[in-house]
Design a protein around this ligand. Structure first.
Ligand SMILES: [Zn+2]
Length: 206
């Protein structure tokens, strides 16, 4: 087990398209997953993608912290790995939620995402993984999957006025409003109201 160095925004590895994992059960992949989980926990993150630790492969680890669980459809989850993932939106509904990123430390932004997604892939034991996700799980899966395609969350934002430093975000809410504004602007239902409270948690960085 080892802590890995996390690439920060501006490093080209974060803008590259990662390649498929040829053998998800290879010992090197299992070691990488274990090291990524250790690194994620050390950095108080909720997810981490391989390109964030300078490994351009299509895999990430993800979790749903208890304080981010959106209820019965989005239960808390301990960390797990998804290798060669395919994430597919279900329906047209968009939800806006506050996101952070371990590669963009100190900042937060309100990001529109598909409210529901289907996910498929395999874990590090070669077992097929699939399901439907909403709430925080849908967010973290889309955030991490984007890392595999060289996309960082600010590139998904439609209003950069909804980005700020954590301290200010916690104090003033998205875009300096008292919360709720981000959720209303694009018809999302999961957005701004909760953000000032939730943004106080360190664990949403992914
Ligand atoms: Zn990230």
């Amino acid at each position: 087990m080892a802590l890995l160095k996390i690439a920060r925004m501006g490093h080209p590895v974060l803008l590259a398209k990662a390649r498929a994992v040829e053998d998800p059960t290879a010992p090197g992949i299992r070691t990488l997953v274990a090291d990524m989980i250790e690194t994620m926990h050390d950095a108080a993150g909720a997810g981490l993608a391989a390109p964030q630790v300078h490994v351009p492969l299509r895999l990430f680890v993800y979790s749903v912290p208890a304080q981010r669980s959106a209820g019965a459809d989005d239960p808390p989850r301990t960390v797990a790995a998804l290798i060669n993932p395919v994430i597919t939106p279900i329906g047209e509904e968009i939800a806006i939620q506050t996101e952070g990123c371990l590669s963009i430390p100190g900042l937060r932004g309100a990001v529109p995402r598909a409210a529901r997604v289907r996910y498929e892939g395999v874990d590090e034991h070669g077992q097929a993984v699939s399901g439907e996700a909403s709430g925080f799980l849908a967010v973290v899966l889309q955030h991490e999957n984007d890392h595999l395609d060289g996309i960082l969350y600010p590139m998904r934002m439609t209003d950069l006025g909804q980005m700020g430093f954590e301290t200010e975000y916690l104090r003033f809410g998205p875009g300096g409003q008292a919360g709720g504004q981000a959720g209303g602007q694009a018809g999302g239902q999961a957005g701004g109201q909760d953000s000032p409270r939730e943004s106080g948690q360190a664990e949403e960085h992914a």
